[in-house]
Design a protein around this ligand. Structure first.
Ligand code: SF4
Length: 362
């Protein structure tokens, strides 16, 4: 059994542009995919990227800003995002908010920069606020592209993303009944970061067609939390040590299992989808909500421990950790924290701690 053939990111971008579309480079974490696609803009996410020379960004950023932001700015300044037409910078955290200001006030890249202000809650007033923010982004995209999609166009785009996210949730749900390694499975999932929804759905359907009735691995089940599993050799290392990622609470994956919206107003519907997604500290969800969510994931997946795989200097994550880990401990669930920098390989120390943790919980 094999993972379906995955198109290369650069080929996807070139093909989309050759067909008359635009491409937006999008910083983490939450943004309105369907709104962009209604303007024929393909969102391509930029989680760093890892393993680049982050020198250029260091001229503008303090050393205690995380490597995702350092790398993104360096990548932009070295021409790595020249193929893109728009930069989208959600105000996910102080570091990304700072990056947005640097881009708007100092660096002035060739692409227009669109910041996104996310509310820190999910009350009715938060949905109102975010729907208005999305209307403002609509007007900016209208000015850039000259297109004015109707409400019907927007809803059609929303329904397509909802269908893709339904398949993404299905992949998460039956991951242990699919014949893929940890690494192959996450390579598949992370295609949602740059493939058009319709292409991702084809891949997901081919993968789900390989589902079997019995659990495919006998590894030690763990729950993986954090921002992004980079370097992705982490996933191979977990397999080699006898572990299996049975569920995740990663910002790039499990925290973006957006539910369908309810409203017939396209802007409200997009807002509902993002604000009602699984809890995320960058959207202001409480530690209590996060703990309940983690315990729920543990219960449904059978995970025996939680690994918090964190980007160094990531304040939203690191602030929650002491209380989250204490809550897990009180529930009888061991946890481990590993911090990484996107530009470093997995350290021997990290591998040793991972191995010791897996031995302890098996
Ligand atoms: S890793 Fe943390 S600090 Fe860095 S961009 Fe992501 S949320 Fe912000």
């Amino acid at each position: 059994m094999t993972i379906p053939a995955i198109p290369r990111r650069i080929d996807v971008i070139r093909t989309f542009k050759e067909q008359g579309g635009y491409v937006a480079a999008v910083l983490p974490i939450h943004y309105p995919r369907s709104l962009l696609r209604a303007f024929n803009i393909l969102p391509v996410e930029v989680w760093g990227p890892p393993g680049i020379k982050a020198r250029d960004g260091a001229k503008h950023l303090q050393p205690y800003v995380c490597s995702i932001v350092h790398n993104a700015l360096s990548f932009l300044q070295s021409g790595g995002l020249d193929i893109t037409d728009i930069l989208i910078v959600p105000h996910t955290c102080d570091s990304l908010q700072g990056l947005g200001s640097i881009l708007l006030d100092f660096v002035s890249p060739k692409q227009p920069v669109i910041p996104i202000y996310l509310p820190r809650g999910k009350r009715e007033s938060d949905v109102d606020f975010f729907a208005n923010e999305l209307r403002s982004i609509y007007r900016q995209l209208e000015a850039i592209t000259g297109h004015s999609p109707t409400d019907a166009d927007l809803l059609q785009s929303i329904y397509r993303e909802e269908a893709a996210d339904k398949l993404l949730s299905e992949l998460h749900r039956c991951r242990r009944n699919l014949p893929f390694s940890n690494l192959a499975f996450y390579r598949l999932l992370r295609n949602r970061e740059h493939l058009p929804a319709e292409t991702f759905m084809e891949l997901a359907q081919k993968a789900l067609a390989q589902k079997v009735d019995t659990t495919q691995d006998g590894g030690i089940p763990i729950l993986l939390s954090g921002i992004v599993p980079e370097p992705m050799s982490l996933l191979g290392a977990i397999s080699q040590m006898g572990g299996v990622v049975a569920a995740d609470d990663l910002a790039c994956c499990g925290r973006r299992l957006y539910p369908p919206g309810q409203s017939d107003d396209p802007f409200r519907r997009i807002a509902e989808r993002i604000l009602y997604a699984p809890p995320d500290p960058t959207r202001g969800n409480s530690i209590k909500e996060r703990l309940e969510h983690l315990l729920q994931l543990v219960e449904t997946s059978g995970a025996k421990g939680v690994i918090f795989y964190e980007v160094k200097f990531c304040e939203p994550e690191l602030f929650d950790l002491p209380q989250l880990r204490q809550g897990l401990q009180e529930a009888g669930l061991p946890s481990l924290t590993i911090e990484m920098d996107l530009n470093d390989p997995l350290s021997h120390q990290a591998l040793t701690r991972l191995e010791a943790f897996l031995e302890m919980i098996q």
